[in-house]
Design a protein around this ligand. Sequence first.
Ligand code: ATP
Length: 276
Amino acid sequence: MLEIKELHKRYPTGDPALRGVSLSVPAGQVLGLIGPSGAGKSTLIRCINRLVEPTQGQVLLDGQDLAHAGRQGLRMARRQIGMIFQEYALVERLTVMENLLSGRLGYTRFWPSWFRRFPSKDIQLAYSLLERVGLAGMENKRADALSGGQRQRVGIARALMQRPAFLLIDEPTASLDPKTSRQIMRLILTLCAEHKLAAIINIHDVVLATEFLPRIVGLRQGMMVYDGPATQVDHKVLTDIYGDEDWSSITDRLAGNTSTIANDFDDQMASLAAVG
Ligand SMILES: Nc1ncnc2c1ncn2[C@@H]1O[C@H](COP(=O)(O)OP(=O)(O)OP(=O)(O)O)[C@@H](O)[C@H]1O
């Protein structure tokens, strides 16, 4: 369970980027974080694992406050938090396998990893994840020879190499075509369900978000202005989050998603309640 309490971030250069955001994400829940450019989505995601230092507030992962954790505590906690980035953040000249194994670096002593001698169980895990993300047989390809969709699959597999409990996912489909975007969203959700992972997905595409993610959180100017089911994202909610606009082309498409999402949301809440 992740609990964010009254989180604030003010960058040294300017206005506050987060103004008292509170949010809890139960184990196993995947939620979509939406909001206009500059609303603070990336800042929120990065404050969770302290790639960005929060100014004030708490980030409790299973009760441990990461916002105030010391170096060692933060290092251990970061092992539990996998990250998937928009631009994939792969090492271009390394192979797919080497990129995956880099996800285990936090677990391997420095010298063996320097010489790239990884335990065989890590290599087996990498092969099974490659198969799972649809990249079987591509382990020796260099990252720079892959398509955008394939690169994102490597990014997903690499994050899972950590065996995380939580995933932070920053605009995973921003550089992808619509079909590949949907495949990647489906893959992320399937893998989260299989590995019982919770996740926050920062995503610009509202239609994609509401189609795949039962719970939506909306940020505006560093504040949370919506937290609820995707089915209730309507004209008013979109206006609260993004400001005045004719939202009918989006709300028409959202209406088409409604029945599936409502069922998913109810199912997810029921199964989370059952787990306690
Ligand atoms: N490193 C930084 N230094 C100073 N200000 C920053 C920095 N990073 C972000 N900001 C500011 O913080 C605010 C929130 O930015 P952030 O990138 O978190 O928004 P976002 O919702 O992720 O936007 P986008 O969707 O465009 O990526 C913005 O006003 C931005 O200019």
